[in-house]
Write a protein that binds this ligand. Structure first.
Ligand code: FAD
Length: 404
């Protein structure tokens, strides 16, 4: 049994940010991070769009709005100080027809309420000055949005933890299978390679977060449903058609932002991701399938309620997943001059999206206490941007004055 002051389960950006913030405020205490993969950031964190979100979309007063705004500042400061490649290049959110104008106004209003300065409304000619290939009737230019290397960011935070305290540890290849609280108030976390004990345990398991919570007796009335996002790359011939980041007006019924164009920090431009119900949580091919994950999702009433309400939208997403022509059509809404040879199929990511028993996609971040651990139960986008502020939020809930 190895004893620590804090155990963090999950070595994605949220787990590592939490361990890092703890270590920063409690330099003498010993932290262990247990990650089941052989490297950090293998799932959502290493497969996202690499965008630093400004916070414009989120409901004012929500945890997403608060932590995105605050996390943005902390993220950029850390990136500057520790040499993480990033670029605050700005983005445009583009309405391509009149029916989207009320949504543009609503997003602008939210952005202002969330404290963003310098937002600009662009007309068709001004849009073309920023993004010459884009066809739009009205757009918002968001100067705060940027791009970053989130894997490097996560690894650099992890390195700081063991620099601050040499007896802390980031253990890879440690799959957690059991969480048990002792009457003395400490918690035992069992991994396939040994047991660990600490007075405080924080679980940040991403796509596995509901299962970790269940191990700890939490019934949160929600389950993780995986939504795969496929990307295409712009081919070298198509790359000049995008300068920075181009986003559509999102469908307000979903927490996803719609297929967009993203210049990547290490070069190239990605298009996507779509949002397709996935039959495997950590499966990155179009045909990935897991009996356990599919059984879990398809025996859950919430999934069927979601299907019933949004079947038409879901079918559209499936069509786009299997048809390059349909995917291209969605992209051509923003850039009509994009051609079939401008795009080529690329990687995929899977979002961990909590779905409530009544079939609603849970919009805000959810952090909940179990018997022996605190669980991050819903941390979809913009949780990478917000990670350091989510860490503060978690640590505030347990009190940061913990000392040896
Ligand atoms: C396609 C896509 C695009 C996105 N784009 C953006 C974006 O541009 N900007 C942005 O801010 N956000 C974006 N997001 C969201 C962002 O990536 C996630 O919100 C964030 O990475 C969540 O971090 P996490 O640490 O909670 O989860 P993860 O990165 O998934 O990490 C969870 C970790 O827990 C580990 N784990 C799970 N179970 C166990 C266990 N039993 N034992 C030990 N370890 C375990 C996993 O192996 C994993 O490493 C995107 C997400 C996706 C999928």
């Amino acid at each position: 049994m190895q004893k620590y002051d804090l155990i963090v389960i999950g070595g994605g950006i949220v787990g590592i940010a939490t361990a890092y913030k703890w270590q920063l405020t409690n330099p003498n205490s010993r932290v262990v991070v247990l990650e089941k993969e052989g490297a950090l950031a293998r799932h959502q964190t290493g497969r996202n769009s690499g965008v630093i979100h400004s916070g414009i979309y989120y409901k004012p007063g929500s945890l997403k709005a608060k932590t995105c705004f605050d996390g943005y500042a902390q993220l950029v400061e850390f990136a500057k100080e520790h040499n993480v490649a990033h670029d605050i290049c700005g983005k445009v959110i583009v309405a391509t027809d009149e029916s989207e104008l009320p949504q543009i106004d609503a997003i602008l209003q939210k952005g202002k309420e969330n404290g963003l300065d310098g937002l600009k409304i662009l007309g068709p000619d001004e849009i073309r000055e920023v993004e010459p290939e884009v066809n739009g009737v009205k757009a918002i230019f968001v100067p705060q949005t940027g791009i970053i290397d989130y894997v490097d960011f996560t690894n650099k935070m992890a390195a700081r933890i063991t620099n601050i305290q040499k007896d802390s540890a980031i253990l890879k290849g440690f799959n957690v299978v059991r969480i048990r609280n002792k009457p003395s108030g400490t918690t035992i976390v069992k991994s396939e390679r040994g047991e660990f004990e600490a007075p405080i345990v924080i679980a940040c398991g991403g796509l596995e977060s509901d299962r970790l919570a269940k191990l700890d007796g939490v019934d949160a009335g929600m389950k993780i449903v995986p939504f795969r996002g496929d990307y295409y790359d712009l081919t070298p011939q198509g790359q000049h058609k995008v300068k920075n980041l181009i986003y559509p007006v999102p469908n307000p019924e979903f927490p996803f932002l719609g297929v967009h164009f993203t210049r990547m920090i290490h070069g190239g431009v990605e298009c996507g991701p779509n949002a397709v119900f996935s039959f495997k949580r950590e499966g990155y091919d179009k045909t990935s399938f897991s009996i356990k994950d599919s059984f879990d999702a398809l025996t859950y009433g919430g999934t069927w309620k979601l299907f019933k309400t949004h079947w038409k939208h879901g079918m559209g997403e499936y069509e786009r997943a299997f048809s390059k022509a349909k995917f291209l059509q969605a992209l051509q809404k923003l850039i009509p001059g994009l051609t079939d040879s401008d795009i080529t199929p690329a990687r995929a990511g899977v979002r961990a999206q909590a779905l409530s028993n009544d079939g609603k996609l849970v919009d805000d971040f959810v952090i909940q206490k179990g018997n022996g651990a605190i669980h991050v139960l819903n941390a979809p986008s913009p949780a990478a941007t917000a990670s350091l502020a989510i860490a503060d939020e978690i640590l505030n809930r347990i009190g940061t004055n913990y000392n040896e």
